[in-house]
Design a protein around this ligand. Structure first.
Ligand code: ATP
Length: 254
């Protein structure tokens, strides 16, 4: 397959403001694709449309061969397309392990009857889920904090836990919303290493990030959005040298 995700001519407006004006781009499997652009370019809106939170008004979105344009967020996530959030949402009273377990993909509707009538099955499921949470923590180098409260984690560890929650859903594609915002440079490097390792294991990423140093090191290709549509695509060096891209950023700064 040449593309895992295809966004085709997607439009969305809010109270007359055109946030997406015909956005079209694809994400190839096995890539860490960057999505950049000046403030208000439409990056968050396109993430919301892809993940089903705020659906597109027109156009189409296809994931892994399935049309998800009108699909509900939980169905999209079940297909293997999962999103993380810019501000790591906390569960102050939960440990890291409990936080991961909450995002396991077991069917909650089945859990109670099974727990009541087939306790052996329920216990086996729980053990499998705990095992998976531990594996996820290990992949993110969070094993040593599994028993800590999520709220006590450092900013960088919270970002990793946010990725961990996404991993619990067994995704094929993760939409990462500013994975290093507010994180110090050393931890930024570590988060980038973890993302690369996950890519090497077969995961695909679409990353919105304002830290251009990280985008340059991590993302290939890089898609540039401006005014609600794709403006350019290429390696970071190619798009950074593109005069139309430079004008889009300067226009906003001016
Ligand atoms: P930033 O880098 O600042 O996060 P962005 O590229 O993510 O920007 P969006 O947040 O998608 O851009 O915004 C695109 C346009 O859509 C902006 O004009 C914004 O004000 C508008 N917009 C986005 N979401 C909404 C909403 N829920 N209600 C009203 N307007 C919205």
């Amino acid at each position: 397959m040449t593309e895992l995700l295809r966004v085709a001519d997607v439009r969305r407006s809010f109270y007359g403001v055109q946030a997406l004006t015909g956005a079209s781009f694809s994400v190839r499997p096995g890539t860490i694709t960057g999505l950049i652009g000046p403030n208000g370019a439409g990056k968050t809106t396109v993430f919301n449309a892809i993940s089903g939170v705020i659906p597109a008004e027109s156009g189409s979105i296809t994931f892994d061969g399935t049309d998800i344009t009108k699909a509900r967020p939980e169905d999209i996530s079940r297909l293997g397309l999962v999103r993380t959030f810019q501000i790591a949402r906390g569960f102050p009273k939960l440990t890291v392990l409990e936080t991961l377990l909450l995002h396991g993909d077991d069917q909650p509707g089945e859990t109670l009857p099974i727990a009541l009538f087939r306790p052996g099955v329920s216990a086996a499921r729980e053990r499998a889920l705990i095992e998976r949470a531990k594996q996820v923590a290990q992949r993110l180098k969070l094993s040593h904090v599994l028993g800590n409260l999520s709220s006590d984690l450092s900013g960088g560890q919270k970002k990793l836990l946010e990725i961990g929650r996404a991993l619990m859903a067994r995704p094929k594609l993760i939409l990462l919303d500013e994975p290093v915002a507010g994180v110090n440079p050393t931890l930024t490097g570590e988060i980038a290493d973890r993302i690369r390792e996950l890519r090497d294991e077969g995961l695909t990423f679409l990353v919105v990030e304002h830290d251009m140093g990280l985008v340059a090191r991590l993302c290939d290709p890089v898609i540039v959005m401006a005014n609600g549509a794709k403006l350019a695509e290429g390696t970071f060096d190619e798009v950074a040298a593109n005069h139309t891209v430079q004008d889009a950023y300067l226009g906003v700064r001016a």
